[in-house]
Design a protein around this ligand. Structure first.
Ligand SMILES: [Zn+2]
Length: 291
């Protein structure tokens, strides 16, 4: 991660809640604010002690925070910005307890903020994965996930399916089962039919040729990890990082929130070459609207 936006830069740029509101306004209305009464872009000025701007010609007000994750929040915008900064500067995520400690807020507030900020950290999933794509599934969570001795008789854990372009993008999905249909649904939704697909020899992937993909498999059972192009090293690296994050950073991720964590992880992976993760995440307020 080559971060060019340092903490020092952050502190110089955002000193007050007004600085943050101005930034959100500039992101949401990147071409200027169009007044709905004047029906054109007009100069707007901020109303003192309110989070709104007013049209200079007719006085109509606009709220840049409307429908954003900051809407109706009693937390200072400066704290929100600081939280986004802290979260985007870590590699594997920031637990709510850490955020609570750093912002001096309640655990509940920190948890909610983390949850909202995670909504900004979702990949937009433009187009299909193409070229050489490695596909695999892994098991995470479940009872005893943190135990050193794994009890193989216990309930199956949650399944995450991953598809990664070599040198490119990752898509990862929490799926119900490792059944043929569940795998097929994700493959057809995310992978270009012209792609070369690399998997292990799990029976669920035997259908790939029938679906029209060029399929190559590697037999892990026979200690055959690499056979020419047929390897799945990229997706295996993804799993080891994902598990390290869930185990080491979050300690536990419930079934309900697993996809949100996987999305955050995917977002970090897909933007691993970004030099300003903070701006990248903040700019997502335009497309991530509150429901
Ligand atoms: Zn106006």
């Amino acid at each position: 991660m080559l971060n060019t936006f340092t903490l020092s830069d952050f502190l110089k740029k955002y000193k007050t809640n007004e600085d943050c509101l101005e930034e959100i306004k500039n992101i949401i209305y990147s071409n200027g604010v169009k007044c709905k009464i004047c029906k054109k872009i007009t100069p707007h000025y901020k109303i003192k002690s309110k989070k709104v701007y007013s049209c200079q010609n007719c006085g109509t007000q606009v709220s840049p925070l409307a429908n954003t994750i900051f809407h109706k929040s009693s937390t200072d915008l400066l704290d929100w910005f600081y939280a986004i900064y802290l979260i985007t500067q870590t590699r594997g995520g920031l637990p709510a307890l850490e955020l609570q400690r750093m912002l001096g807020c309640s655990y509940k507030t920190a948890w909610r903020m983390g949850h909202q900020i995670r909504k900004l950290m979702t990949d937009e999933e433009k187009g299909l994965l193409s070229g050489d794509v490695e596909v695999d599934e892994t098991f995470v969570g479940g009872k005893g996930f943190n135990r050193i001795k794994v009890d193989f008789t216990e309930r199956p854990k949650e399944v995450v399916m991953g598809m990664v372009e070599r040198g490119g993008k990752l898509r990862a999905k929490h799926i119900e089962t490792t059944g043929k249909w569940a795998l097929r649904e994700q493959i057809e939704k995310h992978i270009d039919p012209k792609a070369r697909v690399f998997t292990d020899q799990f029976a669920g992937y035997h259908q790939l040729r029938k679906l029209g993909y060029s399929h190559y498999s590697v037999n892990h059972g026979k200690f055959q990890y690499r056979k020419g192009d047929a390897y799945t090293q990229n997706i295996e690296n993804v799993w080891s990082h994902l598990k390290r994050g869930i185990n080491g950073v979050y300690h536990h991720v419930s079934k309900k929130h697993l996809q949100a964590y996987v999305d955050e992880f995917t977002f970090r992976y897909n933007n691993r070459k970004s030099e300003d993760m903070f701006a990248l995440v903040l700019n997502r307020v335009v497309s991530v609207r509150r429901k």
